[in-house]
Write a protein that binds this ligand. Structure first.
Ligand SMILES: C[S@@+](CC[C@H](N)C(=O)[O-])C[C@H]1O[C@@H](n2cnc3c(N)ncnc32)[C@H](O)[C@@H]1O
Length: 441
């Protein structure tokens, strides 16, 4: 029996925390794997394992459950079996390597389960001989096993996109997402080589480069292009978070030579506003007023003088399911429910309804999400336009404000629609949605 490799040991540490305390995988990868001084091949393999096991964990549990009695399975054993099963099923590793490494991990982490792990791995190997137990090109059960998606989510995707596009979406959601950024001096989108991330650190530290998905860069651009239409624009960004879009919008306005504007950045969480405040300095943002508050209290914020009574552009970066970003956030698919999607749609609509009365005639609302679901996107806009608060607003063609191809978003889910909805493509940006709603002048 060999020793467990560094990659597997680090990946197991991450997986155990994701399993035991519902932790998010990306910050764990950053603290336990990315910063380690180890060969890039070993580091990349550890990241692949941590992301891959998290993304496929529900399916891995199912395979384990089909193979052994899991009633009293402890977290260490579950994590080791998940990792080894992932290697067998999704990385097509040789069985002897997966078993040897699983047993070696057990010896290191919990020696008394080593014999059990060896036995369980052999049951799993028997069980997966016919994986995915059907034809994934035509049978939904086999497709969900192959792509490791919960059945309800796959059914929902198929209902919305059709079989072919949904299957493509599911496969692409298992790929490694590209790393993109924006050069804030030129406004150009740049592809970042993860291997050479260190090379880019000086640009980030100097406030000249920001890491951001290209779809999200495009939505920030749409917002900036609306802002320039209004002299002395009063711009409110709702859900500014840690300020990625704030940076992109503000620096685009500066590049365009727009000086007279106020950029209110409103966020519910203090810890996120703190990150934005640091970024204001690093990225040399101008005229930004960070506000930590609940947007549903907008009336009180205006009465208290925190916000002006009339706004020209209101950009809502709505809290959403994140279903367009599954490559980057692999835990989402196993934690999300249909009730969450409905609750987030209602929240998005409540933000639109709260802000709408304060939009000046001729001004606009820009509504955006990183979700694939119509319930969180088109349906929210339709419900808003049907509401008395929305009757004054008209859905506006986003194409007047930008050329998709400059941001690598070459495909729309629905072409020729007034809704912007970038399609998930292999090697391309995440799937984001935006709509521009203009108030009649
Ligand atoms: C999609 S995220 C924003 C991402 C951010 N704009 C960026 O570019 O990094 C949505 C944000 O809305 C914030 N939020 C949720 N409920 C809110 C509320 N009631 N009022 C204000 N912000 C809220 C969340 O904390 C979260 O940061």
């Amino acid at each position: 029996m060999g020793k467990p490799t560094w990659a597997r040991l680090q990946a197991i540490k991450v997986i155990q925390q994701v399993n035991s305390r519902q932790a998010f995988v990306r910050p764990l990868i950053d603290s336990l794997i990315r910063t380690a001084s180890i060969s890039s091949a070993e580091r990349d393999f550890a990241i692949l394992l941590a992301l891959g096991v998290t993304a496929t964990s529900g399916e891995l549990d199912l395979i384990i459950k089909r193979s052994i009695d899991t009633k009293r399975l402890d977290t260490v054993s579950r994590s080791i079996l998940q990792l080894a099963t992932y290697e067998l099923v999704y990385l097509q590793k040789e069985a002897y390597v997966a078993v040897d490494q699983a047993v070696a991990l057990a010896h290191q982490l919990k020696p008394k389960v080593a014999g059990f792990i060896n036995w369980a791995m052999h049951r799993i190997i028997e069980q997966i001989a016919d994986f995915p137990w059907g034809d994934p090109s035509s049978e939904i059960d086999a497709l969900v096993h192959q792509t490791a998606f919960p059945l309800w989510l796959a059914n929902r995707l198929i209902a919305e996109l059709g079989w072919t596009a949904a299957a493509a979406f599911m496969h692409i959601s298992n790929e490694v997402a590209p790393l993109d950024g924006a050069d804030l001096t030129t406004g150009q989108s740049v592809s970042i080589d993860a291997e050479k991330l260190a090379k880019h650190q000086s640009g980030i530290a100097a406030g000249e480069l920001i890491i951001a998905d290209q779809s999200s860069q495009f939505i920030a651009h749409l917002t900036a292009q609306q802002t320039v239409l209004h002299p002395n624009c009063q711009l409110l960004e709702i859900g500014s978070g840690r300020g990625t879009k704030t940076v992109l919008i503000n620096r685009e306005l500066q590049r365009l030579g727009v000086d007279e504007f106020v950029h209110y950045a409103l966020e519910y969480h203090t810890f996120k506003t703190k990150v934005l405040v640091d970024r204001i300095k690093v990225y040399r943002l101008r005229n930004v007023q960070p506000i930590t508050a609940d947007i549903l209290l907008i009336k009180e914020l205006i009465e208290g003088g925190m916000l002006p009574p009339g706004l020209d552009v209101v950009m809502i970066d709505a809290p959403c399911s994140g279903s367009g970003t599954l490559r980057r956030n692999p835990e989402i698919r196993w934690r999300l429910s249909t009730e969450d999607i409905t609750a987030m749609s209602a929240q998005g609509l409540s933000f639109l309804l709260a802000a709408a009365p304060y939009v000046n005639p001729g001004g606009c609302l820009v509504y955006s999400t990183c979700s694939i679901f119509t319930e969180e996107n088109e349906k929210v806009i339709e419900a808003f336009l049907d509401d008395p608060a929305g009757t004054d607003f008209i859905l506006t063609d986003w194409r007047h404000s930008g050329n998709l191809a400059d941001w690598g978003c070459t495909e729309q889910i629905v072409a020729d629609s007034y809704f912007f909805h970038s399609q998930l493509r292999s090697g391309g940006p995440d799937s984001h949605f935006a709509a521009i709603l203009r108030r009649r002048a």
